[in-house]
Design a protein around this ligand. Sequence first.
Ligand code: IPM
Ligand code: MG
Length: 349
Amino acid sequence: MPMIAILAGDGIGPEVTAEARRVLSALSLDLSFGEAPVGGAAYHATGHPLPPETIDLAERADAILFGAVGDPSCDALPRHLRPEQAILGLRKRLGLFANLRPARLFAGLEDASALKPEIAGRIDMVILRELTGDVYFGEKGMRTTAGGLREGYDVMAYAEDEVRRIVTVGFEMARHRKRKLCSVDKANVLETSQLWRDVVIETAEDYPDIALTHMYVDNAAMQLVRDPGQFDVVVTGNLFGDILSDQASMCAGSIGMLPSASLRAWSGDNGLYEPIHGSAPDIAGQGKANPCAAILSAAMLLRHSLSMDAAADRIEAAVAAAIAGGARTADLGGTLSTRGMADAVLARL
Ligand code: IPM
Ligand code: MG
């Protein structure tokens, strides 16, 4: 029986993850669940944001359903003890280099988007974000300049094998979609990006059937608002992908709707699945958060880690039907609670 590790974490993480688990349980799929603390919750309970028992559960699990980490009460801690280190540590440790962040507009949410409805209606893309390299994992620290001033630094670097493996996932994914791949970089300024672009061009030789484009990240941010419908698969590095995926979520209606999958391979075992929204401490504990991103993350888990495609389709169709039927949490301009929104999805399963 497949075992799913539930790492609910901080802020709204526990609220939305509980609803995703209810949806999974409603499908009678013969799954077992294990739970462990992570992030600020784990720090407060054990003194570390990623305790050994949590790592152990994550490594044993067939898939991980992750909530969110981030807790303002931990902001003053040394960096290695901050909640965010838990998710960064899990990604690195489990080798989850490929982060799939699909952004599409559910019919009915045209007015929730920050864009004009006719522009928003065309968005149907996947941001493929590299997740275990870049400036996130380079050498970093605080030092003193020759003039005695404090200086913070973070080294940005990508080795060619790191680029090749994520870009290859991008080309493969494009083959399963509209055969369009846009690689986003900042090659006009950064050496890291020049290498990225060179490797993309080399890899493209094996994929003559894919229409490849390159775009600077500043232009990509602009194009995402001007005409998001032009994108199919976007492949980019860790930092650019972090920023562009939050932006894409608002183009598609709400950050409360966007799931993600973090994988070791294009078709991944043992992946980690999480909403992209984070812990949202301002609304935590109020039952206001939109559980759809977590519920849709559970659907991705079934598809990518457990090969339960039919069950994944059912969840996604139920979310689409609930939205089409007018179910709305506050982020979508409605009044439903977290539980009420999940009930609306469950009613359509
Ligand atoms: C995300 C989040 C994380 C990231 C934080 C919580 C470390 O913003 O998953 O997008 O920057 O990767
Ligand atoms: Mg982010």
